[in-house]
Ligand binder design. Sequence first.
Ligand SMILES: *Cc1c(COP(=O)(O)O)cnc(C)c1O
Length: 392
Amino acid sequence: MIPSILPTYNRAPLSFVKGEGSWLIEADGRRFLDLGAGIAVNALGHAHPKLVAALTEQAGKLWHTSNLYHIPAQQALADKLVEHSFADTVFFTNSGTESCELAVKMARKYWYEKNAPERVEIIAFHGSFHGRSSAGIAAAGSEKMTKGFGPLLPGFKHLDWGDLEGLKGAIDSRTAAVLLEPVQGEGGIRPMADHDLRALRQICDEAGILLIFDEVQCGMGRTGRLFAHEWAGVTPDIMMVAKGIGGGFPLGAVLATEAAAVAMTAGSHGSTYGGNPLACAVGCAVMDEVTAPGFLETVNTRASQLQQKLGGLVEAYPEVFAELRGSGLMLGLKCVAPNTDVLQACYEAGLITVPAGDNVIRLLPPLTLSEDEVTEAVSRLDHAARAIKDRL
Ligand SMILES: *Cc1c(COP(=O)(O)O)cnc(C)c1O
């Protein structure tokens, strides 16, 4: 008999009833150090007092009005995002998938209004993840996600990750945009090198096409800058965000330059819930924390502490770990042993990590992780690695 929840998820046999900072707690009181943060969502950890206060205060005032009216918290959050990014304008969604939908629509409508309606094609990369809608799975293009779901949204081309020579050859008179995650998340924590991001921007500029960054996972302070592309000193025309921006409350956004957004006039797109008062009250509180003086400096300090210790762990357990990769607090341990075994051993050691492609386990802790928690996390990982090694 089919379970009452559609069985689309492979769930771990864990169930949490409470969260405190970097910790998750089961009903029997067992505590887990959370290096997953709901897949890079709980950017400020669990039950952050400022987020709890922002949500409960708004919940007592007004939950929802629709976008037929002005929403003060939405305006405030848009202003903050514009102030702290390349963008001139923001549309709010409820998820990364919805942000992908709009990014694709915006790029195509841009060319339509420029009298080049044939420019519909978006060039993306293998190993990407852009969400589970028809546009999202077509954009990522992997057989695992697309097989059996009928005709895909047309107009996507795929290149190998980092294949910039191929990109030059792939751009033609039908190309609308290039779409990529500056650091691939689901694909196994694969950063694009800064010089490649700069080259990519230049290729797009020379071809006159749009560049879309998917910073749903790598954005919102995850790599130690507010947005990952800042490390390379380049900006996109359109950017998708979600995950960390809501700190655990469903919220996403598309940020764009005025030029790229020019075709998105009244009536061209919409959302019932997108940018609702509850989500935006929380989003404002997240933005205020992440952009507060010193916050990202601390993330970078913590990231180098964690990276240094993890480097030692990779050296100590070559039969378990092959490599440490990533940026800031978006880290991947490429495993020699099956990553599912390592994940399981981590659970047994009271540590939450997240699997990814390419036999990687991801470490995406709350950005508020303390120095003591870095030490504790690595000690638990050491425990897990030793257990794996002893079984070999
Ligand atoms: C998670 C993710 C998405 C999809 O976001 P949802 O909120 O699950 O719809 C899109 N792009 C990237 C890079 C992601 O990590």
